[in-house]
Design a protein. Structure first.
Length: 101
């Protein structure tokens, strides 16, 4: 009788574990399906809720910011880039840290 009850308990525990595994797999598939809300032809996707136009503007803004940062860095750090003759124009010293007299 004892072994019969143990076999029944082990069988029920195994069945519950299998049901949990199947439910977890189903939930993962459902979440993955919900995350793919972007149209197939959309390059940027809408994972963060951006439309295609907003994503394009965001990427263009990021590129423009990078270009401005690179130009400022080049002007402040690279020798021979500064075409204007300003006093205290020394390569390697950022503009904000230069001492003007």
């Amino acid at each position: 009788m004892f072994w019969t009850m143990m076999a029944l308990a082990v069988g029920l525990a195994g069945l519950a574990a299998a049901a949990l595994a199947v439910a977890g797999r189903w939930a993962r598939k459902r979440r993955a399906g919900l995350a793919r809300t972007a149209p197939v032809g959309d390059l940027h996707g809408s994972l963060y809720g951006l439309t295609a136009e907003e994503a394009t503007r965001f990427h263009q803004s990021a590129r423009e910011h990078g270009r401005l940062h690179h130009a400022r860095w080049s002007r402040d750090y690279l020798p021979g880039v500064a075409y204007e003759a300003l006093p205290g124009r020394v390569s390697g010293i950022p503009r904000a840290l230069r001492v003007r007299r």
